[in-house]
Design a protein around this ligand. Sequence first.
Ligand code: ACM
Length: 517
Amino acid sequence: MKTTLFILSMMIIGGSAIFSSCQQRTKKDLTKEPLIPVPASVTATNSSFVLDEGAMIYFDESSKDLKAVAEQLAILLRPATGYKLEVVPATAAPSEGIYLTTGAGEGDEGYELTITEDLVTISGAAPAGVFYGVQTLRQLLPPSIEASSVQQGPWEIATGTIKDSPEYNYRGMMLDVARHFFGVDDVKRLIDLLAIYKINHLHLHLSDDQGWRIEIKSWPKLTAHGGKLEVGGTEGGFYTQEQYKDIVKYAADRFITIVPEIDMPGHTNAALASYAELNCDNKARELYTGTKVGFSTLCTDKEVVYKFIDDVVREISEMTPGPYFHIGGDESHVTPMEDYIPFIERAQDIVAKYGKKVIGWDEIAHAGLKPNTIVQYWAKAENAIRGIEKGAKVLISPATKTYLDMQYDSTTHLGLHWAAYVEVDSAYMWDPATLEKGITKDDIIGVESALWTETITNMEELEYMVFPRLVGHAEIGWSPAGKRNWDEYKVRLSKQAPRFKALGIDYYKSKLVPWIE
Ligand code: ACM
């Protein structure tokens, strides 16, 4: 029995060795691969690696957290390949398979991906870098790798070396879950899609006039009443604290930081409808399901308002490991400036008390700013520049380029166009560091795309507005400006089409892109 097993196992080992050494290899050119975001440096060695049945995924066991990244890679590759892809600890580089390790790569997010005929090595300075190397490897494999059932191989990739690291530390997307609510599963799918393109922040706009979407235990009517509806009068919803923590964890596993936003002192009708005492006249407002802006304000000279903000910031900060708390601050048209300024200054103090850094829309630059405060430029460059003069850094989200609810053109059946029509080329052809005179690269922490959801009611609509523009924004945030060029990008983007299809993404097929099916 023992002998038979021995012979059998020798045959299997021998068989797979013969298989890989005799395999016909294609001469593949790594520099021609349509990667998005385009990497900082690619060197080709003009052969190929084939992922085969017996391949294993090794992780350097001395590096904390690599096991989780290795397991995610296996989970990603198993459905389409049908292979077992065992995940195994290693103390040194193996001779074949896929090996995740640390040591190379710039900064926290940089990585080196080295592909030889026998071995794929992904090395990052930190696990985040290894995770991004995995995303690059994923895009080097045929698009059918994204399928959820077994597909025909071969799973062949070009050999060579990619050295890569991001231009900006903050690469984000904002989702408005207040105007229309999106549940946990939708947010998780979005997180999965963001990770493919190396986006590392998801900003959730958790409150607005039309709805309050996060459970606050000390102010329960915010969700019990203020979360009931959404734009159009349909049923709203909210995240329980357990669900919010689940989203935070799911995102963190994909190296995405959740940035919670509670908009104040305007955009607060849902809170004003839930608690009469937050209004200057002590009268609760009606729930609002329209789409006007700028009509609501917290009563800025009432102490109870600051007690409310303190409780909200405390409860959310306790569940949020990330460094930021977004206080909104936009379009407070009915808050007199002499009330707005001290309000924003006090709100910053409350956020600092709970150990978080403030982000606010560009209007907050009218107030005094704490040293770590970040101004999110969406409308007025003069506000962002005012913020810079006060020592702030800027998060770049110009509505004319990065607002994903802006229509592509006059025929788009969803969205709005108050800032601009934003076709796929316009969304791509700009550079944060040169967009506005007076805002330089050193002033910028990164780029964020924003999807406001007045007209967006479900995932299909969301994906149509987000894809493919977000993919271009992801490249703007990650890749060096000198490597970006629309004519070349549109060809790389066209080759994402089968990947979008395999992922079930309902994207906008812009006529400006030579899509391949
Ligand atoms: C905004 O679009 N009101 C920030």
